[in-house]
Design a protein around this ligand. Sequence first.
Ligand code: ZN
Length: 227
Amino acid sequence: MNRPKRMLVENVGWAAEVAASDPDFFQTLAQGQSPTVLWLGCSDSRVPAETITHSKPGDLFVHRNIANLFSSDDDNTMSVLEYAVNVLKVGDVIVCGHYGCGGVRASLLPLSDALPHVNRRIAPLCALARAHGDELGAMRTMDSRIDRLAELSVLEQVGALRDTPIVRDAERPPRVHGWIFGLHDGRIKVLSSGAPADADAGGEPTAAAKAAPAPSAAQRLIETAGH
Ligand code: ZN
């Protein structure tokens, strides 16, 4: 059985399982969506937003592209943001990159003539790599350069999102978070640029969380990048 056929078979099984455990699930789903989170992630098949966060249909409004890049010049990403903020009124926007990202790796290598669209797409990453050339050049391995550039890029996208009039001028501006997913352990790390907005977005522990003698399991899961 080829993969698409297998997927259709699996879909029948999935729909039956969901309906059996929650008879009203699909009736509720069909009535409309009210996700509270916009997820901007990488197209990489290993980083499925819903799976890695145990989310269900209806929970996340998702946009994925190569290397989770945001650009105010791109109607694709801008239309998703506009709809998420102005119509769905999401409270949180999450940019989630990942270590070992192929798009980030490509930006650090000679560009391939066979991939003109990819090359144009990752041009901002190439520029970011040049801007941080000293820091990246001092790193001993290619993998560490890729992973650091992936972190820097997430923070860059977070800043660009916060600067858009859609976010800035929203009646209730959504919090914008920078996260990065580790393929090696399946864990998400919260990144912080040090901006005050990061504390509000959960990038750094709040004063109350720091003072708490016994942090909750969720708080224990939060790690800050420290840069
Ligand atoms: Zn990627």
